[in-house]
Design a protein around this ligand. Structure first.
Ligand code: NAD
Length: 328
């Protein structure tokens, strides 16, 4: 499809990856409909774009079946990046609501594609939380096809989403790509269990103490890289008929190494950051993911470049007052 005939719908556009997806689509001159149940555009404003005011922003709760179908139809959507969801702590605090948003919301998006009767390229967010602890995998390495052993409600819901994608492919020929990011970091990443890496950078800049709730090794993906992978995956899914599920590459780093890097880049933060020793729930080593074979070159910014860019972005935002000191 020629890019000038594309119209993307991004759900969860007020979230971190969503805000970056909107920014990249605007950069590319692509028609985009941004949607979210929340009217808090704090992340959207932080990520920002000179053409931000032109964005078609629609209030959309993905749990409402008819509303999702209506937006897809009325706006003649050609591609969907489905990111709306509740993260690990929110699902743990309210499992029924988590299931409603993460599972029913995902079914609603697939069903809107089915109901449209048109070819729509669909990428949706799964998660590395579908996997178990590192110790469950030989050498701690996971591949796209490794066994799924979620140990959170959130992870179980994401496994369900991958199953939903498979059934809509089998029965309705709907092509989709589900992506499993591990730890996304960068401006806008301010909630969810693994947001500590980004919160630590912001705390260091503000001269505040911060303690990671976990230790061990991480697999970190810079938010714009992740957003790019979602956009290209939606394009790859269009008309494919397959339901692919792919791990998202990132950069492996120990929490202690990450803290040392932040302290090198922000010397005045020395001694402010600390961490628990308990490792994070998901493995931090990937067997070569097939994502690049599906969508072409996958940006995978080096950790130092991504952390530097995040620091610069936060410095500007703090100076411009875009990042309210109360918002973290
Ligand atoms: N950030 C990560 O490291 C990471 C890792 C793996 C998977 N994911 C998945 O990627 C997706 C996006 O992650 P993020 O970091 O941008 O999350 P985020 O929490 O920043 O954004 C999620 C957005 O979904 C919206 N939302 C919640 N309920 C909704 C509803 N009923 N209808 C419409 N919108 C609703 C929220 O308002 C929020 O703006 C999520 O599905 C998440 O589970 C994220």
């Amino acid at each position: 499809m020629a890019k000038d005939t594309e119209r993307f719908l991004v759900t969860g556009a007020a979230g971190c990856i969503g805000a970056w997806a909107i920014r990249l689509l605007l950069d590319d001159g692509i028609d985009v409909v941004a949607s979210d149940v929340s009217e808090d555009l704090r992340r959207f404003n932080l990520v920002s774009h000179p053409r931000r005011d032109e964005v078609d922003f629609v209030a959309l709760d993905v749990t409402v079946t008819a509303d999702v179908a209506r937006v897809v139809e009325e706006r003649r959507i050609t591609h969907i990046v489905h990111l709306a969801g509740l993260q690990v702590p929110f699902c743990a605090a309210n499992p029924p609501l988590g299931a409603m948003v993460n599972v029913v919301g995902n079914v609603n998006v697939f069903d809107a594609v089915r109901a449209s009767g048109r070819t729509i390229g669909l990428a949706y967010a799964s998660s590395a939380a579908v996997f178990g602890a590192s110790s469950a995998y030989s050498g701690g390495v996971v591949a796209d096809a490794s066994p799924l052993m979620p140990d959170t409600h959130y992870g179980v819901y994401k496994v369900a989403n991958e199953g939903t994608a498979r059934i809509y492919s089998l029965h309705n020929g709907i092509g989709s790509v589900g992506l499993r990011p591990f730890i996304v970091y960068g401006p806008g990443r301010d909630q969810g269990m693994t947001s500590d890496a980004t919160k630590a950078i912001l705390a260091a800049l503000r001269g505040e103490e911060f303690r990671f709730k976990f230790g061990g090794n991480l697999l970190m993906t810079y938010a714009p890289d992740c957003a790019r992978a979602f956009i290209e995956s939606a394009r790859a899914a269009a008309g494919s008929g397959d339901s692919l599920v792919l791990n998202v590459p990132g950069r492996r780093v120990g929490v202690a190494q990450l803290v040392a890097m932040i302290e090198t880049l922000i010397p005045e933060a020395a001694g402010l950051l600390s961490w628990e020793t308990k490792p994070i729930f998901a493995p931090a080593l990937l067997a070569a993911p097939a994502l690049g074979d599906v969508i072409g070159d996958v940006p995978n910014t080096s950790l130092e470049a991504g952390v530097r860019a995040t620091i610069e972005h936060f410095r500007r935002a703090l100076a411009d007052g875009v990042l309210d000191p109360a918002a973290s």
